[in-house]
Design a protein around this ligand. Structure first.
Ligand code: NAD
Length: 337
């Protein structure tokens, strides 16, 4: 059987990226929508074959419990709403796929994990790069020792933020600036490319607070990660320039991805420079989005734990909290094991 998804939040990501992907899925189907805009929900439902009985709003959301077609709720809302809508879904007896960053704080992440555990439901975070073939191939080659002993990792991730009134630039809704939204990809990549967990961070923030976009949240934040093996991770996150790149340097060569974490168009080089461009084998799905949706669907069908569970989202939020603390206090922050 195909596992049924309810999409919560018909915004840029939920409607623009995720909903059109069900046609590429083998194990997942779209069965419900949750939206504050009834006309939009009706239009989208008609377009994607969702029955009217599968249309919900934020008030009657909890009644999804009575809809047996819904197995998984996919939370595509502003960050400040992730915890509430994840916990309500778990209480309604549904598994949850929640977008990144997992929540505003590690405390919220812990509450989300506890709620899903208590309900006996799975919780996965929308870390789509774990289903993206170029990233998977880069990880495989790093682990296979193709570039020798790892020395350092570098990643720059940014885009130019626009509308100063957007929720992403309101701290209460986003939890923070560029690192919460785009820098988190650099942090994730530092962890999956090295295969290690950082033991300490050091960060420096550079923000023009007179810029109307950055009254509440940071623009540029640069952070160093110390890994147990001695590998150094160096990451730049920004809301004022477009950049999407990953470099892993070993004593025998390097692995480069650029763009590294975009929706599509990834390129990968392995070797001394860019002389050897790699075309990876097919990933786990038709594309990273379908791979991600089908992964949780299969975990539900086979009662497995997703490869990017809530604990993985919590780890990143804990590190981000330490990055902010380091930037604020201008000192190295050790991370608890
Ligand atoms: P968006 O602003 O385009 O959409 C947000 C949706 O939430 C809209 O439909 C909006 O109507 C709804 N909403 C409900 N209550 C709201 C409120 N009080 N204020 C604002 N919006 C409200 O945002 P988005 O880009 O779709 O982001 C949604 C989530 O997806 C975020 O967590 C974001 O980080 C994540 N995201 C992930 C990726 C990825 O590649 N994994 C890409 C983009 C966004």
């Amino acid at each position: 059987r195909k596992v049924g998804y309810a999409i919560v939040g018909l915004g840029g990501y939920g409607l623009g990226q995720i909903i059109p992907q069900f046609k590429n899925c083998e194990h997942s189907r779209l069965v419900a929508l949750v939206s504050g805009d009834p006309a939009k929900a009706k239009r989208v439902a008609a377009q994607y074959g969702v029955p009217e009985s599968g249309i919900y709003n934020y008030e009657n959301y909890d009644s999804i419990r009575d809809n047996p077609d819904i197995d998984i709720v996919y939370v595509c809302l502003p960050v400040s709403m992730h915890a509430e809508y994840t916990i309500r879904a778990a209480k309604a007896g549904k598994h949850v796929l929640c977008e990144k960053p997992m929540a505003l704080s590690s405390k919220e992440c812990e509450a989300m994990i506890a709620a899903c555990r208590q309900a006996g439901k799975k919780l996965m975070i929308g870390y789509r790069c774990h289903f993206e073939p170029f990233n998977l191939e880069a990880i495989r080659r790093a682990r296979a020792g193709e570039i020798g002993k790892l020395r350092y990792f570098r990643s720059e991730h940014g885009y130019t933020a626009g509308d100063p009134t957007a929720w992403r630039l309101k701290k209460a809704m986003s939890g923070g600036g560029s690192i919460m939204d785009i820098g988190i990809y650099a942090l994730q990549a530092a962890r999956y490319m090295t295969g290690e967990e950082p033991v300490a961070v050091y960060a420096k923030e550079t923000t023009d607070r007179k810029d109307p976009r950055f009254r509440e949240v940071e623009d540029m934040i640069e952070f160093q990660l110390e890994f147990p093996s001695g590998v150094i991770g160096s990451c730049m996150s920004m809301y004022s320039a477009n950049r999407n790149q990953v470099l892993l340097m070993g004593d025998k060569g390097r692995i480069e991805l650029e763009p590294a974490t975009n929706y599509s168009g990834q390129r990968l080089w392995v070797g001394k420079g860019r002389e050897n461009e790699i075309t990876p084998p097919q990933g786990p799905g038709k594309n990273q989005f379908a791979g991600q949706l089908d992964h949780l669907a299969q975990c539900v069908l086979e009662n497995r734990t997703p490869i990017v569970p809530g604990e993985e989202g919590l780890r990143d939020i804990r590190i981000i909290e330490a990055v902010y603390q380091s930037a604020r206090e201008k000192r190295r922050i050790a991370l608890k094991a």
